[in-house]
Design a protein around this ligand. Sequence first.
Ligand code: ADP
Ligand code: MG
Length: 255
Amino acid sequence: MSQSPILEAEDVTKTFGGLVAVDDVSVSVESGEITGLIGPNGAGKSTLFNLMSGFYQVDDGVIQFDGTDVTTLRPEKRAKRGLIRTFQLTRELSGMTVMDNMLLGAQDNPGESVVSLLTDPRGVSDFEQTHQQRAEELLRYIELWDLRDEYAGNLSGGQRKLLELGRSLMSDPDLLLLDEPMAGVNPDLTDHLLDRIISLRDDQEMTFLIVEHDIQTIMSISDTVIGMHNGQILTVGNPDEVRQDEELLEAYLGG
Ligand code: ADP
Ligand code: MG
């Protein structure tokens, strides 16, 4: 496994009023790995996640993506560089078909220069054709092809999670940030979802940072696990190492 960070947080701090949610955190995500971010409720996982994706601005510190300082870049700008987070399907998107959600995913996260496409009328149709084709491939890959004309609102919880993953893959991200991808997913679909994430790592060299409540699951697929507590990093290591971290164990037990 290559050991070079694709994402680095350096001395990052975020406060809400008097509360330090992320406290001078330095941590990195290795390229081509699945990194799990764990810790008890209120540890600061979601806040750190939002700082990385750009949904929150840091109070202090630096975020580097792929060797570039992205600290002040908005989420869309980070997305264009290949740093993508999944979105929960909103009510509006539930009223659209699975296929249209996929096509919209391409617009949310444009990989190409829209300007060059708009100046060339032939380019527009090529653009659409390419996206249509990619959406088809991805829907087969996540096994939602048979449901392509179904309204997204009619999908099960697990199928929605798969669609969220599929949408975010439309722009071919280098790093995908997933916040609780397994929440509300039944066991059959959990395995399918995990299997897709693992093959994206292995076949596409895609990097993942995953926040997940289900410790067993995240331990089973992660190359590296980051344990947080009280806004700080308690431990970083492979799952076996992190499982034995007493401090983290105590944090989970409410210590
Ligand atoms: P986790 O995701 O690990 O459960 P969070 O990052 O959501 O933890 O929260 C860390 C701390 O920051 C908690 O004490 C939480 O109450 C607080 N917090 C998170 N987001 C906000 C916010 N938008 N406004 C005020 N406090 C927040
Ligand atoms: Mg959270």
